[in-house]
Design a protein around this ligand. Sequence first.
Ligand code: LLP
Length: 381
Amino acid sequence: MRREHLTTFAQHPTPFYAYDLALLRQTLDAAKAEATQYGYHVHYALKANANSPILAEVLERGFGADCVSGNEVRRALEAGFTPDQIVFAGVGKSDAEINFALEANIFCFNSESVQELEVIQELAAAKGKTAQVALRINPNVDAYTHKHITTGLEENKFGINAWELEELVPRFSEWPNLKLIGLHFHIGSQIMDLTAFENLCVRVNELQQWFEAKGLVFPHLNVGGGLGVDYQNPDGNPIADFAAYFAVFHKLLEKRPGQVVHFELGRALVAPSGTLVSKVLYLKHGQKTNFVILDAGMTELMRPALYQAYHKIENLSSQLPPMTYDVVGPICESTDCFSKDTELPETKRGDLVAIRTAGAYGEVMVSEYNLRDRVKAIYLD
Ligand code: LLP
């Protein structure tokens, strides 16, 4: 987001999300090109951003949809994804959500517990349908990321534990309405150290060998998402290194003839193209701290309050010499703070501020707390 956008931005009531569709297309094309050379299938994780214009770009590139709720499945179908492009994960799928997905004939349920498999069997049998399922296995691999967004460790609630598999495998003969088509893994999000994915590949190979020893060879393997983005330098090269990411799997995953490898990327595809634009309401000068009080808060972008996440902040209106500020929102919570001790050009009431790299897990996580209005979105083409 640059100063040349100021005139466009000035016409819109703040706060709002601005999406750079050209950058979004470049990012999606880069991911597509790298995945295609290995024959990999990418499902876009709708949980990162489910806005229709964004889904339209994703769909146009032939990506599938990774959903974690019945409403995400519904949104994917409405956006034009075909049922055979849709996978459905999540530790707590309700009966209503499972029934909806069964009716829709989605491609695969990524099942996260033995009891959930029993329920899918029961609900599929009642409808006289066969549900394709993949086992989401908790691989106990560290993602080396923030502890709140790590998912592949035994202490995390996600997936079926490896030690449960021995007893689980024979039970599939009791479940005629389930067709086991693959394995699924997802170890966490905002992963910058590719070693985590290397370790995942090693573990996936071991587990596939274990299943093969039992005569089970799967047509599908889903290794999840999690590739991180550089929040520090949005004006450097904002596009994640998809080449390096897919190369890890190409190098280390044992290949099985005819097996399709799936990925579920969210953040890396959409984070760079979104910016939260806000207006400065007030300045407050304390004894030690100068506050910039914005009209956007944790209700519009929860990541800093929830994970102490960093988003680069820019004052689009001022070119005065820098001062140090705490940039905060209007919500009645002390954690409603976007960043502390931040250098910004001297800031005045009415200045426009850009909070960068907010295209993923920004708008989807808005809250109405304090009865806030729903934030709007604009699309720059
Ligand atoms: N697949 C599964 C099963 C997932 O749980 C997730 C994200 C993804 C794929 C996509 O991961 P990505 O490629 O976007 O890293 N709200 C947090 C992130 C939570 C991620 C949850 N799962 C944040 O703002 O950082």
